[in-house]
Design a protein around this ligand. Structure first.
Ligand code: UD1
Ligand code: CA
Length: 474
C-alpha cells in the first residue's frame, strides 16, 4: 500500500466542556479522545501522523508520543483550515494522500478511514468526505450535493439559512485529500464567514473551481461521525464504546450477567466461558483467561487473571497477576505487583502488595502481606501483618514452603522463615526462623481468680449475670 499521511486537528480548547483541560485530552472509555482517533489512523495503515495541538498541549503530548507522531503547534485557533495548513507544513513523508481527522471525533473506525481512502482513489476525486445522516444534525456543517451526488458545498449551520438547516447529511470533519491539491489550496482560504475562521470545508468550492470533484462517503454507522463538544456527548461516546465492547465479548463466548451494568474498557480481553457479574469494572490492559468467574462489584485494572481463577464480590485488583485456579475475595485488595500463585486463596480483608504468593498457599482472613515472598502451601493466619516499612525504607519478608503462621503474627522485616516452620499465634517475629522450628513470643498468661467479682461486680450486673457469693468468690 502506498504511503499515506494523516493530520489530526486537535488544537481547539472546546469551550463547551467548561474545563481547564484541552478538549481532546478528555477521556472516552478511559483513554483521551485523541488516542482513539490516533489508534484508528494507525490501524487503518497510516504511517505518518501529525498532531495539531494548541494551548495545554503538554496534556496530550503523551498520546502523540505513544503513536510516534509529530506535533505542530497552532497558537491561535483561526479555524480548521488554518489548523490543516499548520499540520501540512509539519509533514515530512512523500505521501501523495493526506487524511485529515478531527481529534474530537473518537468513534471513527479504521475500516471507515480505509473506505474513504479507496473511494477517493476509485472516483479520481481530489477529496473524499465522510458524512453521516443524523436524526438531529444540529451544530454540524451540512453537506449540499450536486445532481450527480458529488459534494457541492459544505455549509456551517451558523452560515446557512433554514434550507441548509433542513439537510440531515452532516460533515464528519474527516477527509482524504490529494496532497498537491491541499498544498495549492489551503493558502487560498479566506475567513469571510460568521465565525471569522478559515474553514477547511471551503476547499470543496475551490475543487469545483478547478473542475475537480469531491466525493462523499456516508458512514454506515452514524455514531462514527459524532463530534464531541460537551460533557454529555463525552458520556454518550463512552457508552457507545462500552456497549460495543460488551457485545463483542458476548459474541466471543463470555457471559455478562447484566450487560447494562458492567463497565469494560476497549483494550481488555476476556476468554471464553468466563462470567462477568453485575457491576464489574475491568480497566486498562486487563487480560482475563478462560473460565474465570468475576463476581459483583470487582474492580480490576491492568491485571492478568489466568484460566479458572475466581474473583469473589467487591475485590479490587491493580497491576497484579492471579494465576490459574486461585480464588480472591470477597473484599480482597491486590495492589501493584501482587502475584498470586495457582490455586492460592486470598480471602476477605486481605491486602497484598508487591508480593509473590506460592502455589496453593492461603491467607484467608484479615492480613497485610507487603514486600513478601511466600512459598507453596503456606498458611497465613488471620490478622498476620508484614511490618515492611520502618518509616524510611521497605524490607522483605520471606516465608518458606509449608510454613504455618498462627493468627495475629507480626513479621518485623527483614526476616526469613525456613520451610516447614510454625509461628505460634500472637508472635512478633523479629529474627530469622530456621526450617522446621517453632517460633513463639508470648508473655506468660496471668490468671487472677474471682477478680471481677471483687473489683468490678457492676460489670456482671450490667450483663445480667448474678454476682456469685460465698464459695464461688474464689
Ligand atoms: C467542524 C466542521 C463541520 C463539521 C464538524 C464535525 C469546519 C469549518 N466545520 O465544525 O462542518 O460538521 O467539524 O465535528 O471545519 N481545530 C483546530 N484548530 C482550530 C479549530 C479547530 O485544531 O483553529 C480542531 C478542533 O480541536 C477539533 C476540530 O478541529 O478537533 C473541529 O473543530 P471544531 O471547532 O469542533 O469544529 P466544528 O465547529 O465542530
Ligand atoms: Ca466539533
Amino acid at each position: 500500500m502506498a504511503e499515506i499521511s494523516a493530520i489530526i486537528l486537535a488544537a481547539g480548547q472546546g469551550k463547551r466542556m467548561k474545563s481547564s483541560l484541552p478538549k481532546v485530552a478528555h477521556a472516552v472509555a478511559g483513554k483521551p479522545m485523541l488516542w482513539h482517533v490516533a489508534r484508528a489512523a494507525r490501524e487503518a495503515g497510516i504511517t505518518e501522523i501529525v498532531f495539531v495541538l494548541g494551548q495545554g498541549r503538554e496534556k496530550v503530548l503523551g498520546t502523540a508520543e505513544e503513536f510516534g507522531g509529530k506535533v505542530a503547534f497552532q497558537d491561535r485557533q483561526l479555524g480548521t483550515g488554518d489548523a490543516a495548513r499548520c499540520g501540512l507544513s509539519a509533514l515530512s513523508s512523500r505521501a501523495k494522500e493526506v487524511v485529515v481527522l478531527c481529534g474530537d471525533a473518537p468513534l471513527i473506525s479504521p475500516r471507515t478511514i480505509r473506505a474513504l481512502i479507496t473511494t477517493r482513489r476509485r472516483r479520481k476525486a481530489v477529496a473524499s468526505v465522510l458524512t453521516g445522516i443524523l436524526p438531529d444534525p444540529s451544530g454540524y456543517g451540512r453537506v449540499v450535493r450536486n445532481a450527480d451526488g458529488t459534494v457541492a458545498r459544505i455549509v456551517e449551520e451558523r452560515d446557512g439559512g433554514p434550507e441548509i438547516r433542513k439537510i440531515r447529511e452532516v460533515n464528519s470533519g474527516t477527509y482524504v485529500f490529494d496532497r498537491k491539491f491541499l498544498r495549492r489550496n489551503l493558502p487560498r482560504l479566506t475567513d469571510v464567514n460568521v465565525q471569522r475562521e478559515f474553514y477547511l470545508t471551503d476547499l470543496v468550492v475551490q475543487a469545483l473551481q478547478e473542475g475537480k470533484i469531491v466525493v462523499p462517503v456516508v458512514a454506515k454507522n452514524p455514531d462514527e461521525v459524532r463530534g464531541i463538544n460537551s460533557r454529555k456527548e463525552l458520556a454518550e461516546a463512552t457508552e457507545v464504546l462500552r456497549r460495543a465492547k460488551i457485545d463483542a465479548l458476548l459474541d466471543a463466548g463470555v457471559t455478562v450477567v447484566a450487560p447494562e451494568w458492567a463497565y469494560i474498557e476497549p483494550e481488555v480481553s476476556v476468554g471464553a466461558d468466563s462470567l462477568i457479574g453485575p457491576g464489574v469494572v475491568l480497566l486498562g490492559k486487563t487480560r482475563i483467561g478462560k473460565g474465570v468467574r468475576i463476581q459483583t462489584g470487582c474492580v480490576v485494572e491492568n491485571c492478568r487473571v489466568d484460566d479458572g481463577a475466581q474473583l469473589k464480590p467487591y475485590s479490587v485488583l491493580t497491576d497484579s497477576h492471579v494465576r490459574r485456579g486461585a480464588i480472591i475475595g470477597p473484599f480482597a485488595h491486590l495492589r501493584p505487583e501482587a502475584d498470586i500463585g495457582e490455586d492460592a486463596r486470598i480471602g476477605n480483608f486481605v491486602e497484598v502488595k508487591k508480593s509473590r504468593i506460592g502455589k496453593g498457599s492461603k491467607a484467608n482472613h484479615l492480613a497485610y502481606i507487603g514486600d513478601a515472598v511466600v512459598g507453596r502451601k503456606a498458611n497465613i493466619g488471620a490478622g498476620t501483618i508484614t511490618c515492611n516499612y520502618d518509616g524510611l525504607a521497605k524490607h522483605k519478608t520471606v516465608i518458606g514452603d509449608g510454613v504455618f503462621v498462627g493468627s495475629d503474627t507480626q513479621f518485623i522485616a527483614p526476616v526469613t522463615i525456613g520451610k516447614g516452620a510454625i509461628i505460634g499465634a500472637g508472635t512478633t517475629v523479629t529474627g530469622d526462623v530456621p526450617p522446621y522450628a517453632l517460633a513463639l513470643s508470648r508473655a506468660e498468661q496471668v490468671v487472677k481468680a474471682g477478680w471481677v467479682i471483687r473489683k468490678m461486680p457492676e460489670l456482671l450486673r450490667k450483663s445480667g449475670l448474678k454476682v456469685p457469693s460465698g464459695k464461688e468468690k474464689k
